[in-house]
Design a protein around this ligand. Structure first.
Ligand code: ATR
Length: 473
């Protein structure tokens, strides 16, 4: 029997779609699923007539593969991956490659890479973004792990991934151990941020400007033809136009409590660990938490009778200000996200290629946008750029957007509309571009109560002073 190019374990929707994508690109694929009825169902259904072979045990799967064998796990993140690794190691030979295509947490992938490598095998943790449709038609893929695995997986991964206009694949090698899953985690964090600032813009239009869903649909359609062109703006446009059976916008009937699976939280925890000011994504995660407290919010809304002043400005101009505020906050969010990547790369000894990361996010994934091309260009101009805000394009654009952004945040505050992400991003911008912050007082307080010492503006950096603030002995 002809041997397969790759084996896939896990026939949930992502696994199935990835297999169909691979088969569609001319690869031969063997498939296995713990509940083996799913193998039969798949072979008799969506896989029929395709270059897909079923296996009913892991031994059988491994026996069907070309060498070096490539086995890709598309299973639930967590214990399932560790269990499978334990069972697969004795079935594989030196140089074979184990790939985890699930949403694993990158510290787990770091440990697993070291472990699997210690057993003579190669390990890859890959981010796969783009949801079900992406998996089927071309996801954005972020593989990292044992470098020797890349030449083997590359022909398959770069064939099945999304492509940008010039044909560049949205998949490239991220680096060693946990980099693939780390970059995917940052992608998801940025996705949280993008969604939050879009939601805040929507709330401003809905509650402050009292725009109808159709009017907002028109705005998002316009915005999608601007520098904001992106998948998330596009789907927001379409969501606003979607009508329920009775002709009313379905959106108005959706309960305002957000769910989350945890990748945004991981991103923020990583930022706290690295000391990176990832304020916008932090606010995005907390906003979901606040939204989930629906009953308490309902009670509090009755306890505090709102006296929100009516908006009296020019609605059309203000709607355009919202677009500018949204774009400005987006620039900040990506600057913060890339800053976190830079810090984590330093502490983990990774060498991440930021321009390449921007490029692979250009297509296939949820945060795909024209704007990522601007980030790619910024890193092409200066690969060692320490913060995107220092790039000439970012600087020019932000200078243009800041006045409108301030007007939007001021109006939101005055009118009692919560804009945690838009406003915290503005505070970050104001802080980042401030020569002087009030941390002199903070250092004085720390020295006062804890003798933590401080540096002086009139002495060399690195020289620390302590003062007896009370004069008491
Ligand atoms: P999801 O929430 O992503 O849909 P899931 O349905 O629990 O997660 O599992 C996704 C895939 O992981 C399925 O193929 C599942 O196999 P089953 O169809 O047998 O449930 C697989 N999976 C989960 N835990 C597993 C384990 N411990 N070993 C092997 N496969 C596992």
């Amino acid at each position: 029997m002809k041997q397969s190019d790759i084996g896939i374990i896990g026939l949930a929707v992502m696994g199935e779609n990835l297999v169909l994508n691979m088969a569609g690109r001319g690869f031969t694929v063997s498939v296995y699923n713990r509940t083996t009825e799913k193998v039969t169902r798949f072979l008799e259904g969506r896989a029929e007539g395709k270059t897909i072979t079923g296996a009913y045990s892991l031994e059988e799967l491994v026996g069907q593969l070309k060498r070096p064998r490539m086995v890709m796990m598309m299973v639930k993140a967590g214990a399932a991956v560790d269990q499978l690794i334990e069972v697969l190691i004795p079935l594989l030979d030196k140089g074979d490659i184990l790939i985890d295509g699930g949403n694993s947490h990158y510290p787990d992938t770091m440990l697993r890479t070291a472990y699997v490598e210690s057993q003579g095998l190669l390990y890859v943790g890959t981010g796969v973004s783009g949801g079900e449709e992406g998996a089927l038609k071309g996801p954005s893929m972020m593989p990292g792990g044992s470098p020797a695995a890349w030449p083997h997986i590359r022909p398959i991964f770069q064939a099945i991934c999304a492509k940008v206009e010039d044909g560049s694949p949205c998949c490239d090698w991220m680096g060693k151990n946990g980099t693939g899953h780390f970059v995917k985690m940052i992608h998801n964090g940025i996705e949280y941020g993008d969604m939050q600032i879009i939601c805040e813009s929507y709330q401003l239009m809905r509650d402050l400007l009292r725009m109808t869903a159709d009017e907002m649909h028109d705005k998002f359609r316009e915005w999608n033809d601007s520098e904001l062109n992106s998948y998330l703006i596009e789907i927001t446009r379409d969501i606003l136009a979607f009508k329920d059976g009775d002709g009313a916008p379905l959106l108005d009937k959706i309960l305002d409590t957000a769910g989350q699976k945890g990748t945004g939280k991981w991103t923020v925890i990583s930022a706290l660990d690295e000391g990176a000011p990832l304020t916008l994504i932090g606010e995005a995660v907390f906003s979901r938490s606040l939204s989930a407290m629906k009953d308490e919010r309902v009670a509090a809304s009755k306890a505090y009778i709102s006296s929100r002043p009516h908006f009296s400005g020019n609605k059309a101009t203000f709607a355009d200000d919202i677009r500018k505020a949204l774009y400005a906050a987006k620039l900040i969010s990506y600057a913060q996200g890339f800053e976190l990547m830079r810090r984590a790369a330093k502490s983990n000894g990774w060498s991440l290629n930021y321009g390449r990361i921007a490029l692979i996010w250009r297509g296939g994934c949820i945060i795909r946008s024209v704007f990522l091309g601007k980030i790619k260009e910024a890193f092409d101009r200066n690969p060692a750029l320490s913060n995107l805000l220092l790039d000439p394009y970012f600087k020019r654009t932000l200078e243009e957007l800041v006045p409108a952004w301030r007007r939007v945040v001021s109006a939101a505050v005055t009118h009692g509309i919560p804009v945690p992400a838009l406003s915290s991003a503005l505070s970050y911008f104001d802080g980042y571009t401030s020569e002087f912050l009030p941390a002199n007082l903070l250092q004085a307080q720390r020295d006062y109560f804890g003798a933590h010492t401080f540096e002086r503006t009139d002495a060399p950096r690195g020289q620390f002073f302590h003062v007896n603030w009370t004069g008491e002995g």
